[in-house]
Write a protein that binds this ligand. Structure first.
Ligand SMILES: Cc1ncc(COP(=O)(O)O)c(C=O)c1O
Length: 389
């Protein structure tokens, strides 16, 4: 049977990079001695009072259809939260509640991009972007944020990539996999390009609360940007709620109306009890992320300390996020093979970071979403492996 041409655009080049991760999961399920440093899911449980809010909602019969774009009280809570952080005066009508950042990104792509348009993506980028943006038929123009420049955005290179076909720039701050949080000055330079060339900016801020150094700045808060920015985020990382699939897109009201029309056809709304939990997380338990972020920061420092003992292993200590990058170019000419050999010899799984784009070629990504002891054990095995080669 024949499939649509869209089906071909659903696949990501980076998917092969997950082979070893999948092998590690299977080995862990068999009870083998493996340490999974390749996952991006918080190891913490969702804070109990947030779970209780969902259970209470379920028990009180919150099991029916609701407003497709999200409940007014949750939309208002997201708007209030973002207004407090940015100084913008947003209302619930600026917000779509959706199935995670991922669903917000897809909605933005579907409502902003046509086949034949160009969308600028900063490399490295989260690996689903290729298909999330690409399903529209738009061409993704990758602009490198090279390792030599600390994986930071290069405004001149972004400007040089703009053509008459460019419709949007997609940014991720803080970034996965680099953990780079863009500075106000870097965002101002991108905003200036967007204003000059009349472009949308889609800003993935899913790690905005998981920040260790510096402050998180939303590009929407800069002069003239709120009307051309879609800010996407979720509770997945901040409140350890990846499985709840609850996030948002904050955008001009005219665009949010189109999101509503789109979601009628996509998922017909997010479960009410999930929204009840999200409302509790964003109001009463807003600060619940802090102890988890403290733990990530402590683990980041622990991992960096252990890895400092490795021969020829430059490490990028991240400002934010849950991952650390290490440059293994001194040890291999094929990171893909290196990752496999590391796993076979030590049981430690990491990701070949080139899955996120060419800018990360030669680097591996380690996550610190596991206990301090397991993390130290995993990093020590990596160091011993490098010493033994
Ligand atoms: C940069 C980035 N964007 C989006 C997502 C997906 O987030 P969500 O669970 O909110 O859909 C992830 C998950 O790892 C991510 O790293």
């Amino acid at each position: 049977m024949r499939y649509s041409s869209l089906v071909d655009r659903l696949y990501n080049d980076g998917a092969a990079g997950w082979d070893v991760h999948m092998a590690a999961w299977r080995a862990q399920a068999r009870g083998e001695d493996v340490i999974v440093l390749s996952v991006g899911d918080p190891d913490f449980d969702t804070p109990a009072p947030i779970v209780d809010a969902a259970v209470d909602a379920l028990r009180s019969g919150d099991t029916h259809y609701g407003p497709i774009i999200g409940r007014p009280e949750l939309r208002a809570a997201v708007a209030a939260d973002m207004s407090a952080r940015t100084g913008l005066s947003l209302g619930g009508e600026n917000v779509m509640i959706c199935a995670g950042t991922q669903n917000g990104l897809l909605a933005a792509a579907m409502c902003l991009l046509d086949a034949g348009d160009e969308v600028i993506g900063l490399d490295p980028m989260y690996l689903t972007y290729q298909s999330t943006l690409g399903v529209t038929g738009a061409d993704i123009v990758r602009v490198a944020q090279p390792a030599a420049g600390g994986f930071r955005p290069d405004a001149a290179a972004i400007e040089a990539a703009v053509t008459a076909r460019t419709r949007a720039v997609v940014i991720t701050t803080p970034n996965n996999p680099t953990g780079v949080a863009m500075t106000r000055a870097e965002l101002e330079a991108i905003a200036e390009i967007a204003l000059r060339h009349d472009l949308w900016v889609v800003s993935d801020e899913v790690y905005s609360d998981v920040i260790f150094e510096g402050e998180h700045v939303s590009i929407a808060s800069l002069d003239g940007m709120a009307e051309r920015t879609v800010t996407v985020g979720s509770l997945s990382k901040s409140h350890a709620m990846t499985g709840w699939r609850c996030g948002w897109a904050v955008a001009p009201v005219s665009l949010v109306r189109h999101f509503d029309a789109l979601q009628v056809n996509v998922n017909y709304g997010i479960p009410g009890f999930v929204q009840a939990a999200a409302l509790a997380a964003l109001t009463e338990y807003r600060e619940a992320f802090r102890p988890m972020v403290d733990a990530y920061k402590r683990r980041r420092d622990l991992a960096a300390q252990v890895l400092a003992d490795a021969p020829d292993l430059p490490v990028l200590v991240p400002d934010a996020g849950m991952y650390l990058l290490a440059d293994v170019r001194a040890h291999t000419d094929s990171v893909r093979r290196f990752v496999r050999e590391l796993f076979d010899a030590t049981g430690v799984s990491v990701i070949d970071a080139s899955a996120f784009g060419d800018s990360c070629r030669g680097w591996i990504r380690l996550s610190f979403t596991l206990s301090d002891d397991a993390l130290v054990d995993g990093c020590t095995r990596l160091v011993d492996f490098l010493k033994s080669r």
